[in-house]
Design a protein around this ligand. Structure first.
Ligand code: SF4
Length: 498
């Protein structure tokens, strides 16, 4: 698919316009060149008069006019970068409108891509805007619909109820610990997750590196007197390692991290039911782990097989009951909308099964085709629902959760997500995951420890974010964890120097 742009020369327009085009068509190419040819679907012309953008036009291959609109006329001023951003938003606004008319598809998130929606709303409110002003900004700047703005506001309100000091937590940190092993690799997965059977020999050395990082990072946090807000074990599946290894890991955490007893929340993902055993649940209890995840993704054995999960629905249910009986009273379950071969009927079945378990939180993801996943690379093998069916499932999730007492408390969006929709975390009021709020809203530093763990260092004064990633594969991690730990320690010393 090719869309040509006329009337603009600045290369910086190409990426944002391509991202918008991809909300409507797969793999669109956007070019300034005359792209005549079988793949050309439309020409988008931007017209200026005396240097001011006045109108836009979209024509199809045969040059028939599909859309003609006026750009909002604003005084474009400020620095070069600010002027470009204003111009880009103005053009994007009209371009989205034109493509909506061309395709008949209405984008509920407007042309917001690459920015966390609720973070944007938090920012406006934190800077002193009233709710009305903040909502108007989201509507005018990004064309976001009222339905999605209301959802964002509901989530922001809920987050501030759960973490009233959310805007004052920059003097603390949260910790993410990445364990890169899983029983098998799921077809849609791009996380650092390696089938553990083939990696047995690298587990001990990986754990040696992890213990080292826990010790050194713990030491520097104690020196700098930086408290920990939340700790999250993810990966991979942290319960893939043995009960003994888990026990030693949590012992190390208690020994070296400052004041673990007062950490607000410790979560361990036990996402794959096939990794859960009574011994491991005993270890989780022994170390007061507050919250775990047991992830069905789907309640269809056929789907689980198709996506390479190698566990059964019965096992998910059994392990859920086992965890409950052993005292786990905050369990999250993940479902994915749009898995291959699944439509409204299958998703309704998953919700019916969820009703029998009633976990404290339910995270509803929409399938996304990430470039590196097996599923994306063999897309033809997997039949997925169209955007209208995906939207029906999303609506079903929303009404089902409300009817069953859940509230939405975080959301995020990804590129190439089916139907250009979102992932939403729902929970019973009071059972929300604080870590999930921290990672989504980027209000404090998150230190990533372990394989593939990404750190986000937030400047306490400006809020500027510095990204830092540990190596993704166990071998590179094992070869270099000392250096990566030292680099993070230096950043922490700078951030918390005064
Ligand atoms: S269980 Fe999660 S981390 Fe592991 S392979 Fe599947 S999607 Fe990836």
């Amino acid at each position: 698919m090719l869309i040509e742009i006329k009337g603009l020369q600045d290369e910086r327009f190409l990426r944002p316009l391509r991202l918008i085009a991809n909300l409507f068509f797969e793999n669109t190419k956007v070019t300034f060149a005359k792209g005549k040819g079988p793949q050309l679907i439309a020409s988008f012309t931007v017209k200026y008069s005396n240097g001011i953008l006045v109108d836009v036009e979209l024509t199809d291959q045969s040059s028939s006019r599909i859309y003609k609109g006026s750009c909002r006329k604003e005084d474009i001023e400020g620095t070069d970068k600010e002027r470009f951003t204003q111009l880009k938003n103005t053009v994007s606004y009209a371009y989205l409108d034109a493509l909506q008319q061309l395709t008949g598809i209405h984008q509920k998130w407007g042309f917001l891509t690459g920015i966390r929606p609720t973070k944007l709303l938090h920012k406006s409110l934190r800077e002193g805007a009233t709710k009305e002003e903040a909502h108007r900004f989201l509507h005018d700047q990004y064309s976001i619909t009222d339905e999605k703005i209301d959802l964002m506001q509901e989530i922001v309100d809920r987050q501030l109820q759960v973490v009233p000091d959310l805007y004052d937590l920059r003097n603390e940190v949260s910790i993410y610990i990445g364990i890169p092993f899983c029983p098998t690799k799921c077809a849609y997965c791009t996380f650092p997750a390696y089938a553990i059977a083939a990696q047995r020999s690298s587990v001990p050395i990986f754990l040696e590196g992890l213990h080292y990082e826990i010790e050194k990072i713990g030491q520097v946090l104690k020196e700098l007197k930086v408290p920990i807000t939340t700790i999250y074990y993810g990966g991979g599946t942290p319960t893939s390692v043995s009960a003994k290894d888990m026990d030693m890991m949590y012992e190390q955490m208690y020994k070296h991290f400052p004041d673990v007893k007062n950490v607000r929340e410790i979560t361990v993902e036990a996402g794959r039911p096939d990794t859960i055993t009574p011994e491991k649940l005993e270890v989780l209890n022994k170390w007061n782990i507050d919250r775990i995840s047991i992830n069905p993704q789907s309640y269809s054995d056929e789907t689980l097989k198709a996506i390479g999960r190698h566990h059964s629905v019965a096992e998910t249910i059994d392990k859920f009951h086992m965890a409950r009986e052993m005292g786990m009273n905050n369990i999250n379950m993940d479902l994915i909308i749009g898995l291959p071969g699944e439509g409204t009927k299958e998703f309704q079945h998953s919700l019916d099964e969820t009703e029998k378990l009633m976990p404290e939180s339910l995270t509803v993801h929409t399938l996304s085709f990430k470039r590196a996943s097996e599923m994306t690379q063999n897309k033809d093998k997997y039949q997925v629902a169209d955007r209208y069916e995906v939207e029906r499932m999303m609506n079903l999730a929303e009404s089902w959760t409300r009817e069953h007492g859940y509230v939405p408390y975080y959301l995020y969006r990804q590129q190439n997500i089916l139907g250009n929709l979102e992932n939403v975390g729902y929970s019973f009021p009071g059972q929300e995951s604080i870590y999930n709020i921290m990672i989504m809203e980027e209000q404090q530093t998150i230190i990533g420890i372990g394989c593939g763990a990404a750190s986000k260092f937030i400047d306490r004064h400006t809020g500027a974010i510095q990204h830092f990633a540990n190596p993704k594969d166990p071998k590179s991690y094992n070869d270099s964890y000392k250096k990566y730990t030292e680099d993070k320690i230096q950043i922490l010393k700078q951030l918390f120097a005064d």
